[in-house]
Design a binder for this molecule. Structure first.
Ligand code: FMN
Length: 208
């Protein structure tokens, strides 16, 4: 099957079905007036080491409502990415309804907001990794009701729970990161394996 995205109804479901599994950024932010917000975003990844940079993409609208996360980050330039792990996956899901800005999703999810050190938005205490971020840029993608904002943020401070880090090594058996598939489907990431990356050796690999 060959798919032309421009002429395939529901292409978004195909796209999110094939780019899998996606990590889930649980983004906390605060509005200029002080309202706290928390919501999951799986159009998310780390994209550079120096400066340490993450991106996530939010649609601007959910129906008639403007998404709080994007609006808050535009207003204040700060946010925290809390990693979603299996232990908080259900709590994460509870925050994903289109609540009005006045609703504090920490309360909805029964999660604990703890203060951050360099930015105003609080961290999720139950998440083993919190990245305090400052906004670098929001790149608009698309137009009108379909518009997304690609949020580019620099990590200014990272909190990692002691038991999941040994030197530079993150212990994934303890981290339990949750993967997003399409729609309501998720995956655990416990079934891991190793592959050693080959080094190019010009003398032995020359052909002919
Ligand atoms: C696992 C998961 C991942 C999501 N990823 C995205 C995403 O990448 N971009 C997006 O615009 N919405 C995404 N959503 C939907 C938002 O979380 C939802 O619209 C939420 O209500 C936005 O909240 P806010 O208005 O407080 O920012 C996702 C929902 C779930 C459950």
């Amino acid at each position: 099957m060959i798919i032309d995205p421009a002429n395939f109804e529901g292409f978004n479901r195909v796209l999110t079905g094939v780019v899998v599994p996606r990590p889930i950024a649980f983004v906390s932010s605060v509005s200029a007036s002080g309202l706290i917000n928390l919501a999951p975003y799986s159009f998310f990844n780390a994209v550079a080491y120096n400066p340490p940079t993450i991106v996530f993409s939010s649609s601007r609208h959910a129906g008639d409502k403007v998404k709080d996360t994007l609006a808050n980050i535009e207003e204040t330039g700060e946010f925290v990415v809390n990693m979603v792990v299996d232990e908080i996956a259900e709590a994460m899901n509870r925050t994903a309804a289109e609540y009005p800005a006045e609703v504090d999703e920490f309360e909805i999810a029964g999660l604990t907001a703890v203060h951050s050190l360099l930015v105003q938005p609080p961290r999720v205490a139950e998440s083993p990794v919190n990245m305090e971020c400052r906004l670098k840029q929001i790149v608009p993608i698309g137009e009108g009701i379909h518009q997304h904002g690609l949020v580019i943020g620099e990590i200014v401070l990272m909190h990692v729970r002691d038991d999941i880090i040994d030197g530079h090594r993150i212990n994934h058996d303890r981290l339990h990161p949750t993967g997003r598939l399409a729609g309501n489907m998720y995956c655990h990431t416990a079934d891991t394996f190793q592959m050693v990356r080959p080094a190019y050796q010009p003398d032995t690999e020359r052909v002919g």
